[in-house]
Design a protein around this ligand. Sequence first.
Ligand code: AKG
Ligand code: FE2
Length: 317
Amino acid sequence: MNLNLNLPLIDISPFLKEAEMHTDSVSNAIAKKASAELMDKGHGIEDSKFKEILSLAREFFSQSPDEKEKISITKGDLARGYQRLGQNVTQYENDWHEGLDLYCPINESHKKIFKDTKIMTGENQWPTVKNFKKTYESYFKQLDILGRATMRCMALALGQEENFFLNSVDNSFWVCRVIGYPPLTKAVGDNVGISCGEHTDYGCLTFLLQDETKDALQVLSKSGEWVNGNPVPGALVVNIGDCINIWTNNIYKSTLHRVIHKSDSYRISVPFFFEPNLDAKIEALESCLKETGGEVKNKPVIYGEHLLSKVSKNFEL
Ligand SMILES: O=C(O)CCC(=O)C(=O)O
Ligand SMILES: [Fe+2]
């Protein structure tokens, strides 16, 4: 398997200038692609910010196991915090990575949806690494803006008016995973699957920042082959999540992807999941139903319930 995916490079910048008139060229580009993965340039995020995000992550993972365990998910709400190597589970197999999960701070409207569970309802647990919290929080603000801009663009690409998705994503319950991957070797143990088992992401759009490691992230292409989603400097890989799949009745399929990292480096990736509001009802859009023959292809979901059902299967405590 040595194929490389030629991801279309999309420049989202016209949609970031809300006050200005923009052309419809970006939404046309997205509409033509009508599928899984895009690369985003023109997102307005400085290269130096990406570098800082990655190097703070590296600094955190290089701390002692004891130091990292101080902010374990088991010390908090069972979702926010550090997961040791192998603690994350995809499809019943332990993933060969360690991670730090950070979620949108919980507010009153989120609490209503999560009223019967402890999971995700606590506070983020931050590393003591200098400038970590400040830098990540400002990065999250930028990505939240980017998420809304891309959803406006999506709406136009789908023939809707520009703000069509706004009331489903204006209180986005975003998630960020900071992930560290040691090389996957034969010796890693019985129940270990791969670096990150194959899956689709749960929500709207994933903005994935990766370090320079190649041939680790793989994406299932339309023709059914696993191809590399290698990093392009300064660009983010964008995955389509389950909710867009449901909204579009499979016109935009969610991206099936996995990670197999076998080279020597310690790989870092930082996916930011731009998600719907927790109370958003996600169901096939009329226009997409018409375009796909009228049959509803996926069960509608309330986003918070969908998220909870996925997250509760994710960890070995
Ligand atoms: O590390 C990567 O490149 C992808 C990680 C991923 O797919 C995820 O956390 O959902
Ligand atoms: Fe993913």
